[in-house]
Design a protein around this ligand. Structure first.
Ligand code: FO1
Length: 304
């Protein structure tokens, strides 16, 4: 059995590659830090990207939302509510309405996610990191803003002085999260933004403890190639948290539990430095521009 810790739009490509080649059972633990309440709906972008990505519904050009979606709801609500900066498509809306209603009827996020995954005919377990609210919050000029407000409303431009995960100290892992870490033959951390897409999961105390205790392989796929972030605001966030924007910074971030890292060929000059930190390094092409790249990288990762 393998367990994948994932989040963010950059991760779905590797998830799809793994989905195509892995025969074993896969448990996918998904970030909840960017979930947001808007229009009275509970929206879980990373869970939805995973659901849509694995059921061939994802808009792969944008990396989020449903392909060929329409935006009639958004057009109609524009001007009426302030939140219309967040683009909810009509088909995507169905997922949010369904989730919000099921949760209002007393089901937790993990149960609702399992139900929707079954309806989408996904064979793997998609598990939210926690059923409790964790909110990735950007501190900018002494003001707090939700990650989506920073990234979507303000286009990632505000200065970042810190990033916090509100609620994480009290948050417990959802059912089956710890079991899937303890029983996995290997754990794969997808190339998402370490701070905003993976951090809100691995800094839940019980999850971190479990990752440190188990002796299975924990393989990180670098989201950085030659000091360049593959997508999104990870560089800005890593700097704000005091990490170098390089594969060395990524190794430092995951140092406490990571056993192996997959980096791009162009970073091969870092091999000695990473090995000196006691980690195994694997060199390959980490950019996934098409299905064949996704499968190639997934195969490399599964060889480890
Ligand atoms: N990203 C955007 O850049 N603009 C949007 O309007 C937007 C809407 C949106 C709606 C549903 C959804 O599941 C994701 C959406 N995203 C949008 C992506 C999202 O903001 C982030 O990329 C993820 O939260 C990062 O993992």
């Amino acid at each position: 059995m393998i367990t994948i810790i994932t989040g963010g739009t950059g991760s779905i490509k590797l998830l799809r590659g793994l989905d195509s080649i892995v025969k074993e059972e896969i448990n996918i633990i998904v970030n909840v830090g960017d979930n947001i309440n808007l229009f009275g709906l509970y929206i879980c972008p990373d869970i939805d990207t995973t659901l849509y990505g694995l059921s061939n519904k994802l808009d792969v050009v944008k990396g989020w939302g449903i392909k060929n979606d329409t935006f009639n709801f958004l057009e109609s609500i524009k001007g009426l509510v302030e939140e219309s900066w967040f683009q909810i498509g009509d088909k995507d809306l169905v997922t949010h309405i369904r989730r919000t209603n099921l949760m209002k009827n007393g089901l937790n996020l993990a149960k609702v996610t399992e139900m929707i995954a079954n309806e989408f005919n996904i064979n793997h377990k998609i598990i939210p990191a926690s059923n409790e609210i964790i909110e990735t919050t950007i501190i900018s000029n002494s003001k707090e803003m939700h990650l989506q407000e920073f990234w979507v409303k303000n286009k990632g431009t505000p200065k970042i002085s810190d990033i916090i995960y509100k609620g994480i100290m009290e948050a417990k892992p959802a059912q089956n999260v710890i079991k899937s870490i303890e029983e996995a033959d290997k754990i794969i951390i997808t190339p998402g933004n370490p701070i905003s897409s993976i951090g809100p999961t691995i800094f839940i105390k019980e999850i971190r403890d479990a990752l440190q205790k188990t002796d299975n392989k924990k393989i990180v796929i670098s989201p950085i190639k030659k000091n360049q972030i593959i997508s999104g605001p990870a560089g800005k966030m890593m700097k704000a948290k005091g990490y170098e924007v390089s594969v060395s910074g990524v190794v430092k971030y995951y140092e406490e539990f990571m056993t192996d890292i997959v980096i791009d060929r162009v970073d091969k000059d870092k091999i000695n430095e990473i090995e000196d930190m006691g980690k195994n390094v694997h060199i390959t092409d980490i950019i996934m521009d098409n299905k064949s790249d996704e499968i190639k990288l997934a195969k490399e990762v599964m060889k480890i």
